[in-house]
Design a protein around this ligand. Structure first.
Ligand SMILES: NC(=O)c1ccc[n+]([C@@H]2O[C@H](COP(=O)([O-])OP(=O)(O)OC[C@H]3O[C@@H](n4cnc5c(N)ncnc54)[C@H](OP(=O)(O)O)[C@@H]3O)[C@@H](O)[C@H]2O)c1
Length: 323
């Protein structure tokens, strides 16, 4: 079978290569999945570059999530062969993976595997951050990198709760698309002063929360947009730049700045809450109430082209590896 691996950290298009190896056998409690699709997420790139919260054990596989078909099961596993599943595993960019049966999500037969492959990283994070924020109807939520898959998911989930989302983008062609998904307002930060516009839109109150994935100048401006006792929840650093926090603003507006990482949330959340999250997401995705977009799909052999596309600007959806 073919599998993408790397022996040293670096730009993924430079350090990844295809390895021919034998198909693994599932151990007791494990399942062998024939992988059909896997997205290229920013965390996959950061992992290969050595800049993620989990360090690779070299040589390492790459890719964190995907979807496929159960090909074989280990002792003690009672799952049907041929069932569609979504999984997380270091090394998803591979023709086969073995994963613990208890970590799999069974997908409805009607769900396309291109959607099933994206069930985990972004939708669960979006659900969890909204859940933890406690935001309610008519609260304001600022989303930086509004065109991202994650932000689009939050926009759709927040709209169902009546939360008013204000998205930042850097390209006008994303504005209409975000409005159609339910964004309350969209601001192009290349053209408009963010803090001034947010003050106007919220009648000088400011936003209750900001979910920030950009860092740097945009995050520094986002802090100025927070209402009294507002929170900036940091979950990404797409600009690779640190933000500046004004101490006076923090003190006199009683602001909070916190981080969020799905990995620790999953370890700390109760079994019931995790179950509620996965059931909600699979049901909403399957019924088309929640949409995820695919910009382009590449074969595993075309991984270099796929990775360069995924890291470029101005995509209209995820880049998937079809395996
Ligand atoms: N903490 C967690 O547990 C967790 C979990 C899931 C995701 N995340 C994070 O969520 C973020 C979004 O992930 P995703 O999969 O949704 O991404 P995605 O679909 O690949 O989209 C990335 C978006 O970010 C925008 N962008 C990239 N660099 C930017 C910059 N310097 N300034 C402003 N915008 C920029 C792009 O804008 P253009 O369209 O203009 O190119 C694009 O819309 C990532 O940082 C990821 O690591 C974190």
């Amino acid at each position: 079978m073919k599998k993408l691996i790397f022996n040293q950290v670096g730009k993924p298009e430079n350090v990844l290569s295809i390895e021919e190896t034998t198909i693994p056998q599932p151990q007791a409690g494990d399942v062998l999945v024939r992988v059909k699709a896997s997205p290229i997420n920013p965390s996959d790139v950061a992992f290969v570059e050595g800049g993620y919260g989990i360090r690779p054990q070299l040589p390492s596989g790459a890719g964190f999530e995907g979807a496929g078909i159960i090909e074989a099961v280990g002792e003690g596993v009672n799952l049907p062969l041929g069932a569609k599943v979504s999984f997380t595993s270091i090394g998803a960019w591979s023709e086969y993976v073995t994963v613990p049966a208890k970590s799999l999500m069974l997908l409805p037969d009607t769900m396309p595997l291109e959607i099933g492959a994206q069930v985990f990283v972004n939708p669960i994070t979006a659900w969890a951050m909204l859940y933890e924020s406690g935001l309610r109807k008519d609260d304001y939520l600022l989303l930086t990198a509004g065109g991202s898959t994650f932000a689009q998911l939050v926009v759709q989930m927040a709209a169902k709760k009546g939360v008013k989302t204000i998205c930042t983008v850097r390209r006008n062609d994303q504005i209409q698309q975000l409005r159609e998904l339910g964004a309350w307002e969209v601001i192009n930060t290349e053209e408009v002063n963010l803090a001034k516009k947010v003050r106007e839109l919220t009648e000088k109150k400011g936003v209750n929360y900001c979910f920030d994935a950009v860092g740097g100048e945009i995050a520094s401006q986002a802090i100025q947009c927070l209402a009294y006792k507002g929170t900036l929840l940091v979950y990404g650093m797409l600009s690779l730049k640190e933000m500046q926090v004004h101490n006076g603003l923090m003190i006199f507006k009683n602001l909070s700045v916190r981080g969020f990482w799905l990995t620790t949330w999953l370890q700390e959340a109760s079994k019931e809450v995790r179950k509620e999250a996965t059931n909600d997401i699979i049901s909403m995705l399957n019924q088309g109430e929640l949409k995820v977009k695919v910009d382009k799909t590449y074969e595993l052999d075309q991984f270099k082209e796929a990775l360069l596309h995924a890291q470029g600007e101005g995509r209209t959806g995820k880049i998937l590896l079809k395996i």
